[in-house]
Design a protein around this ligand. Structure first.
Ligand SMILES: Cc1cc2nc3c(=O)[nH]c(=O)nc-3n(C[C@H](O)[C@H](O)[C@H](O)COP(=O)(O)OP(=O)(O)OC[C@H]3O[C@@H](n4cnc5c(N)ncnc54)[C@H](O)[C@@H]3O)c2cc1C
Length: 328
């Protein structure tokens, strides 16, 4: 096993001088892990002109901020970020490196893991230590029917990407620790490409963002006609329609309506899951719900294990009856 320091690194992903919420969420979880005796936590910040942001990061419970500045890190360019992080990790040998499973994080982390000749647990939904300080990354497995705990017993650093929205973000408090500036050696040849033009694409919005009521539908609705009962119910309740993956594949729902591992996270006061099985890949997208209601014709469906209220029966009969009640 390679020699490493008992240090957790969180890659503090910043774009335009703003640290992403996913990184603040990771900092909160990593702080919890680094509370074990002998452990420390560092936020790793890459960019240019980021001294103020580095000082701000000291308020999020880290022991230190490792700041690497270089003109090639001004904009997020994965090859440059990877090379810089590989240099830093090679020199400082952290035990654990965590990144958000954001669009840039999932581009960066596997490349970095390959450079460091280590493994990567991708799209995790939880992290814990075993009793010997090994990292267990929790990932939905076998199509979401189990939660797998993955560890990397021999290679170091241990790396994981974690889905945005899984943990509550770290809150700013009193600044502690110090900013340590580190040099990285980069050249334009490291990029392997030249930027000719930049086109800003606005982030995809979804009616699910901030929705207090979510009516989510699944494969069991069976056809687009019955699917249309969901927007009616959502509208009657002042909510938004969510989906599992199969309805998106079928074209009944839009991509930005999918909830779960590869979709959105929601935190509604009321969640109604209609004709969906309650697969872990879907359920991980539902954070701290208020009341959870399941509608399924199979009384053994897994969704009922997570619900406060379950209605067993045909969705095609229950939904019109509910709508009728709401109209009265
Ligand atoms: C890497 C990976 C990532 C994934 N990411 C996601 C993700 O982000 N989100 C996601 O949702 N899925 C995701 N999936 C897919 C996931 O594993 C499941 O396949 C999916 O969530 C199942 O969708 P479902 O519950 O709609 O369908 P099913 O599992 O087929 O369940 C249908 C349910 O409907 C019930 N039913 C059938 N007919 C009726 C009726 N007439 N009335 C009432 N109930 C009825 C059945 O009893 C059954 O419980 C992912 C899979 C993988 C491998």
């Amino acid at each position: 096993m390679p020699e490493v320091r008992s240090e957790i690194w969180v890659i503090a992903e910043q774009h335009g001088g703003q640290v992403l919420p996913a990184s603040l969420e990771l900092l909160a979880k990593a702080r919890e892990l680094a509370a074990e005796p002998g452990w420390s936590l560092a936020a790793v910040l890459l960019g240019q002109g980021l001294q103020d942001l580095a000082r701000e990061l000291l308020t999020y419970g880290v022991d230190e901020v490792l700041l690497a500045q270089h003109e090639l890190l001004t904009e997020w360019q994965t090859p440059a970020q990877v090379k810089a992080l590989a240099q830093l990790a090679g020199e400082h040998k952290p035990q654990v490196i965590l990144a958000g499973a954001t669009a840039s994080g999932v581009d960066l982390a596997p490349r970095l893991a390959a450079r460091l000749k280590t493994g990567l647990s991708a799209h995790c939904v939880d992290l814990e230590f075993d009793d010997r300080g090994g990292l267990f990354a929790v990932v939905p497995g076998w199509g979401g029917s189990i939660m797998a705990k993955i560890s990397c017993p021999t290679a170091r650093p241990q790396m994981a990407t974690v889905l945005p929205g899984v943990f509550a973000p770290a809150q700013a408090g009193e600044a502690k620790g110090q900013v340590i500036e580190l040099a990285v050696d980069l050249s334009p040849d490291d990029l392997g490409y030249k930027v000719l033009e930049k086109v800003e694409v606005p982030p995809a919005q979804s009616a699910l963002d901030g929705a207090e009521v979510v009516v989510a539908g699944g494969w069991g609705l069976g056809n687009e006609k019955d699917w249309q009962l969901l927007p009616e119910l959502a509208q009657a309740l002042g909510g938004a329609v969510g989906s599992t993956r199969p309805p998106v594949d079928e074209g009944w729902a839009q991509e930005n309506q999918m909830i779960g591992t590869s979709g959105r996270s929601v935190s509604p006061k009321l969640y109604i899951g209609v004709a969906l099985s309650g697969n872990a890949h879907h359920l991980v997208g539902i954070k701290n719900p208020g009341l959870m209601v399941g509608i399924n014709k199979d009384p053994q469906a897994a969704i009922f294990d997570h619900c406060d209220l379950g209605l067993v029966g045909e969705a095609g009969e229950i939904l019109p009856a509910l709508l009728e009640e709401l109209r009265d």
